[in-house]
Design a protein around this ligand. Structure first.
Ligand SMILES: Cc1ncc(COP(=O)(O)O)c(C=O)c1O
Length: 407
């Protein structure tokens, strides 16, 4: 009915590649299969007890059940800027340079909505966490892609990064206004050095664009790697904002708490649009988030260690099963090249067959962009026992295809 009434904004969204694997996963489960699910970056652990306790205490106290503050209560914004001071020795103003968001995904979508004029261009490295590009596309802008290249230890080739970025600027009309960077990177887990941010801030000042940096996995690092922040660069707040989330570091994905800091013009735009769209997170959640950021961080170290150990188990078990994967230095993922004997299937077909034939769910790389083809993303959200079970299933799966190839 009413075929002439169409929703152009929604039509700009492509069919969600992950939905295909997800639908299959549901069908397998309904048929009774025990699917080992590495497909989503949804932490499997519970939120640390002291954070849960604070939520319950504040909620039970009463007088905290009304509308809250859309940009975040002052106490939370102060905890955010204190976190930056402790961690990166950066001074930020909680009034004008920080905003709390309902998860950082919401923040991205609304930041792009606030700052994108029709036809504006944002440069987004490919592969990417989908909202990094679709936030701009949904807001009426467009995206210039550039390939993200990294070495065997998932370290970004920074010279090549800037070559590609320069090319994206030369090739795009109108000139891009925004560049999105996300390190440690989802999905590839790739990391950068502090010098990377010095270079991008200098380039932003020269070429006149804003940088939007996402350090969602900033805490989840191993082997001595520490996540640098663009905010540490002198003068970064002239050209950059950065987001972080409590979802990963504190197993708080369902709570929906994130934040943005940095450039006053962009933060002001996000604060303003949020004041029109929402009334802020539930106050007890904001107070509990304050406690998460301010108090003992040993829970973050425990959560990080769990991913570190799981990665060890997975790499050892999968390698023995015939799937060679390199170790990375950050995030809750493994970004794995599809095994040689099944490489010509492509990532979507490989993911579907792995699900149906080995009962293992992963995310096809193509869902993160064209340069994600040839890879799958494995989220470390299953325990070591289940990881070893997955490796057993994968061994049988790969033997079959290896046999077919040799026949
Ligand atoms: C790179 C990156 N940024 C942001 C998010 C969004 O996190 P949240 O909305 O839970 O803060 C995710 C979630 O997986 C992510 O991978």
């Amino acid at each position: 009915m009413f075929d002439e009434i169409q929703f152009d904004r929604i039509r700009r969204l492509p069919k969600y590649v992950f939905a295909e694997v997800n639908d299959l996963k549901m069908a397998e489960r309904r048929a009774g299969a025990d699917v080992i699910d590495f497909s989503m970056g949804n932490p499997d652990g519970d939120t640390p007890q002291h954070i849960q306790d604070k939520l319950v205490e504040v909620m039970s106290r009463g007088k905290t059940h009304g509308y809250s503050n859309s940009k975040g209560i002052y106490k939370l914004r102060l905890a955010i800027t204190d976190w930056y001071k402790r961690r990166y020795d950066v001074d930020l103003d909680p009034e004008s340079e920080a905003v709390a968001t309902m998860g950082s995904k919401e923040g991205y979508a609304h930041l792009a909505y606030a700052i994108t004029n029709p036809g504006d261009v944002a440069v987004v490295p490919d592969p990417t966490y989908p909202i990094h590009s679709y936030a701009f596309i949904l807001a009426g802008g467009s995206v210039a892609k550039m390939p993200l290249i990294f070495d065997d230890e998932y370290r970004v080739d920074e010279d090549l990064f800037f070559e590609h970025l320069e090319t994206a600027f030369k090739d795009s009309f109108p000139k891009p206004k925004y560049v999105v960077v996300n390190f440690p990177h989802n999905p590839s887990t790739a990391t950068v050095t502090p010098a990377f941010y010095e270079r991008i801030v200098a380039m932003a000042k020269r070429e006149r664009f804003y940088v939007i940096s996402d350090i969602a996995y900033g805490d989840i690092t191993f082997n001595g790697y520490q996540t640098p922040s663009i905010m540490s660069v002198e003068g970064a707040t002239d050209v950059a904002v950065e987001s972080f989330t409590l979802s990963k570091s504190y197993n708080m994905a369902g709570w929906r708490v994130g934040f943005f800091v940095g450039n006053k013009k962009l933060i002001g735009a996000l604060q303003k649009i949020k004041s029109w769209l929402d009334y802020g997170m539930f106050t007890p959640i904001q107070v509990a988030a304050t406690v998460a950021l301010n108090e003992d961080q040993s829970c973050v170290r425990e959560i990080t260690q769990k991913y570190d150990e799981r990665q060890d188990v997975l790499i050892e078990a999968f390698t023995k099963a015939g799937w060679k994967i390199n170790r990375n230095n950050a995030s809750m993922f493994v970004w794995a090249k599809i095994p040689e004997c099944v490489a010509d299937m492509g990532s979507l077909e490989f993911s579907k067959r792995l699900l149906v034939e080995a009962q293992v769910a992963v995310s096809p790389g193509i869902g993160f962009g064209e340069y994600g083809e040839g890879y799958v993303r494995i989220a470390l959200i299953e325990n070591r026992h289940r990881i070893r079970q997955a490796a057993k299933n994968i061994k049988t799966f790969l033997k079959k295809y290896q046999g077919e190839k040799n026949a």
